[in-house]
Ligand binder design. Structure first.
Ligand code: ATP
Length: 607
């Protein structure tokens, strides 16, 4: 059967089967069988791009993350935005009795909602039709157009098929089979070729015959290459142990956009490691600087694109990138500008240098790049960015001689609220897509910036001074995840929060809760049985809310970092929490549960 004429429902059966099957070998065999039977014309790309949507760069971005997708689906289904199902979609992350076991998995929450509105019979779309509609979705410029395409999808699919469309749009099928296995089953050289081209279409077209081997290809200027990755370790001691006996460089982990700069004469590309696309927005501001300060005709630099504030003379948060792009478009002056920090070089002159050691590559980097403060810098020990350190101490990268130096540097980066550190073996080669541990990363735990957490007030602390004798801060809790269709029964202490409300808002809240405050007399009384606090900590509020049902939900936000908690009963607490809003509109049982919170932390932390 020709691939494009194969029904999408066949792919959905493959996905469902693969997701359920336990044995990796059987999953692989089934995938092979699918390719043989349903892609008999060897036109593999239309099918494989649906299996590996995160590697498909032909379509660009859909601009649909879960939150926007939720609203578009609500509109596409013609639902009222405050209906129960609409709220389910909007609050897909949160636990509580209503969202039940599917909380945290957008596609599953959406399927629940879709099942009540779509038939069970397959809509009959072919792979070609699905790809055409996905092309339209990616090409549509505003939410109304996207909603229109989604509504066409909904008309032409059943809930199961729509679930997989949503997973494809979100670029994660959660099939429980690695990308490596999929590549390998397709063709033994597919992964290697993809790693050095980042071009799934080319891989599918070049490797049509599984029995014909493809000569290993090195990297080329002009073709994005998959990045060398860092393996996460828990602490400095683990990092040190893993790289024992090696010469080690420790670097700040910058929080920007990983960009490969490919220079070939006057042709310059800025490939993002995230989606392999050429980011032309950097070209306008950076091309001339690259031309003038990279002293070789052909090369590939690996580094992080950051934002530099030239009036404050320091890095600005990366979020300000939109602002710079807009200022550049409007021809306005701005104090903020792009700064590329090159930490590696992959190609130099006529050859790839990834097979040389990092130490050798640093030397090449020193020769090739003429640093320009605030625009183009290199990250090498005893040079480059470090030359700006006033005290003479190493500040962005240094060669470590013992674990204490690594530990100290890590602590400093946390204090500065940086992303963390990267520890690298100076004797290592640079290998596309490798995460075997030549580079190690240490990061503090954090949660997604801007995530609102709905927590329940379980206790209060008296204020001092002006607010003496009145509750001025709260102990808030997360729910223990209830069984489906029931309300939570226990709440776990999570953090203490006081700031964020105006005096009037605080007064109104305390007045509402006052009738339910019960004094806590330490150590005589134990906390009420529906609250869990740690035994080993003396952290107790001055008053408890005597029943969760009488209490009120607060939306809190925090600095993006969480901290491992010894004081509160939940495994993590928040750094610098503040109250965003009092949620009088929410019922007490709509409190976030601990498990969903942990999933949120883990999904934010990734690998
Ligand atoms: P993360 O979300 O932690 O950035 P990731 O999966 O994108 O993870 P990793 O390989 O795990 O990438 O971590 C390395 C990433 O850290 C690089 O992709 C790069 O964007 C960033 N980074 C920042 N500073 C450095 C540095 N000095 N050396 C290497 N990578 C750095």
């Amino acid at each position: 059967m020709a691939t494009e004429q194969t029904k999408f429902s066949v792919m959905c059966s493959l996905f469902n089967w693969t997701q359920r099957a336990k044995s990796p070998a059987k999953k692989r065999a089934k995938f092979r069988k699918f390719l043989d039977s349903f892609c008999a014309d060897r036109n593999f790309f239309p099918a494989i791009r649906l299996v590996l949507p995160n590697l498909d760069r032909e379509r660009g971005s859909y601009g649909l993350k879960e939150s926007v997708l939720a609203i578009s689906l609500i509109d596409a289904l013609g639902m009222s935005r405050d209906s129960e199902d609409a709220l389910r979609l909007i609050n897909w992350r949160k636990g509580g009795a209503k969202t039940g076991a599917n909380a945290g998995n957008f596609a599953l929450v959406a399927t629940e909602v879709l099942q009540r509105r779509q038939g069970t019979a397959s809509g009959g779309l072919t792979i070609k039709e699905v790809n055409d509609l996905l092309d339209q979705l990616a090409a549509s410029e505003n939410r109304a157009e996207k909603t229109q395409v989604l509504s066409t999808f909904i008309q032409k699919t059943n809930a199961q098929e729509m679930k997989w469309i949503i997973m494809i749009v979100l670029k994660d099928l959660k099939l429980g089979i690695s990308e490596k296995s999929i590549f390998h089953e397709f063709h033994p050289d597919a992964e290697d070729l993809f790693n050095v081209t980042c071009d799934l279409k080319l891989v599918c077209e070049k490797l049509r015959d599984r029995n014909q081997r493809h000569k290993r290809q090195d990297i080329e200027v002009g073709k994005a290459v998959r990045p060398q990755l860092a393996k996460r370790v828990a602490n400095a001691a683990e990092a040190w142990k893993k790289l024992h006996g090696k010469e080690v460089v420790v670097e700040c982990k910058f929080d920007g956009d990983r960009i490969q700069i490919h220079k070939n004469g006057t042709e310059i590309h800025f490939f993002s490691s995230r989606n392999f696309l050429d980011h032309s927005e950097y070209a306008h501001a950076m091309s001339e600087i690259i031309q003038q300060n990279i002293l070789v005709d052909r090369c590939i630099l690996d580094g992080e694109m950051l934002v530099w504030d030239s009036s404050l003379n320091r890095f600005a948060e990366f979020g300000s990138n939109q602002e710079i792009a807009k200022a550049a478009r409007d021809g306005l002056d701005s104090d903020r500008q792009w700064l590329d920090v090159a930490f590696d070089i992959l190609y130099f002159g006529d050859t790839s240098v990834i097979h040389q050691t990092l130490k050798e590559r640093h030397e090449i980097l020193r020769k090739v790049v003429r640093p320009l403060k605030g625009r183009l810098e290199i990250l090498v020990p005893n040079g480059g960015l470090n030359s700006h350190c006033s005290s003479g101490e190493p500040c962005w990268s240094f060669i470590a001689h013992n674990v204490d130096e690594v530990e100290k540097f890590f602590k400093e980066t946390i204090e500065n609220r940086d992303e963390g550190i990267v520890v690298k073996d100076l004797g290592s080669k640079w290998e596309p897509s490798d995460r075997s541990g030549k580079w190690l990363k240490l990061k503090p735990e954090y949660i997604q910036a801007g995530a609102d957490l709905d927590v329940l007030i379980i206790g209060g602390y008296y204020g001092s001074g002006r607010r003496g004798g009145e509750v001025a801060q709260f102990l808030v809790g997360l729910a223990e995840r209830p069984s489906p269709n029931t309300h939570p029964k226990r709440f776990i202490s999570f953090c203490r929060v006081g700031t964020g409300l105006s005096d009037d808002e605080l007064d109104a809240l305390v007045t509402k809760l006052k009738p339910y405050f019960r004094k806590y007399e330490y150590p005589k009384k134990r906390p009420p049985s529906f609250y869990q606090v740690t035994n080993h900590s003396k952290e107790r509020p001055d008053v408890w809310v005597d029943s969760p049902e009488k209490s009120i939900i607060l939306s809190i936000t925090s600095d993006i970092r969480t901290i491992e908690s010894e004081v509160f009963a939940a495994p993590y607490s928040l750094r610098f929490p503040r109250i965003d809003r009092v949620r009088y509109d929410k019922a007490w049982y709509e409190c976030l549960d601990v498990q969903s919170f942990i999933e949120l932390v883990q999904s934010s932390n990734g690998t």
